[in-house]
Ligand binder design. Sequence first.
Ligand SMILES: Nc1ncnc2c1ncn2[C@@H]1O[C@H](COP(=O)(O)OP(=O)(O)OP(=O)(O)O)[C@@H](O)[C@H]1O
Ligand SMILES: [Mg+2]
Length: 365
Amino acid sequence: MAALAAARLTRPSALHALAPLRLASCSSLIARTGPSTALNHRLDGSHRRRLHQAAPLAHENPLGIPRREANPAPKLPRRGGPPPRSRIRGVKNIIVVASGKGGVGKSTVAANLALALAKTSPLGRAPRVGLLDLDIFGPSVPMLMGLDHAGEPAMNEQNKLLPLQNHGIKTMSIGYLLPPDPNTPVVWRGLMVQKAVQQLLFDVDWTDGQGDLDVLVIDMPPGTGDVQLSLGQLVVVDGAVIVSTPQDIALIDARKGVAMFQKVNVPITGLLLNMSHYTCSSCSVPHELFGSADKFTKAANELGLEVLGNVPLVTSVSDGGDAGRPVMTQSSPEGDEVRSTMRSVAERVWDWLASRPRENVGVRG
Ligand SMILES: Nc1ncnc2c1ncn2[C@@H]1O[C@H](COP(=O)(O)OP(=O)(O)OP(=O)(O)O)[C@@H](O)[C@H]1O
Ligand SMILES: [Mg+2]
């Protein structure tokens, strides 16, 4: 925690070290966002992390992490080609959970997939699994994993953030670094978002002295924008699980998500149909409330993709998410079908990872 306190103290002075060019672009940002933000930051004597205020001045360092000159993360080019993709130090495999569509259950699936991967190891030992929340504007991982009151992450001697852990899963989210008021939005432009993604990718110590993570699950924001592009350009992603609900409107956006990842060379592991059916307590047959699972499978076949599983709509999934106890950590019979589906999805993901050829790329972080 001493390092974290030091981090807070060094943030305002680190601003003076910004190169003139950066200061020039800062001034233009401040001009666009209003001077009070910058003033508040400089006059802030409380040393509390105030990302929403500091943001316009710190667009090269949105998370306020002290600099790591020894091994800086790659700079995103403003012109020319993208930097070479690399692997993240301390992370063996990366699986992203994504969809073009919002609200289809990406975060819920990501949290439960991380837990399912931890429970279905083909490695002959308990696997080390992490969960990274890349949803900058709407982070869900802190609440889903019961870590929303866990406080800020500490930092190691190399000024890397140390993940917060619960249910045996190491997690990192911008949600841990935001001011405590949950109603404060992150209002950032594209460049800030890209830098924040870069810091979340390369400035976290996933090993923490215990060995590399076997798999890092990344919860993506909805859409096909800056975060997805930055991720695809910066790191080698081993597979994407695309989540969709059965409605046509969700499928259209899921298709866009697939096309986007294919464009940035992210291989698609398969599609996951979420909220595929609902069986009420007095029903003997499942009801397909949002559309036909068969139609979904047909759409997947047309895309040349497999359906990894059909996850039913179950109250304990949403209740568990709100309570920080994902359904994979529960034992109520109501969640049995979801758990067995997620275990089978996890097994397929492990198989997928084992069968992938390894790209020979550098390691960063
Ligand atoms: N299988 C399910 N059964 C019941 N509720 C579910 C299920 N999957 C997701 N939910 C609920 O649906 C809501 C949306 O889920 P979630 O936040 O995971 O979606 P998302 O795709 O990550 O959203 P966003 O695009 O905003 O990030 C949550 O309240 C979650 O608890
Ligand atoms: Mg989400």
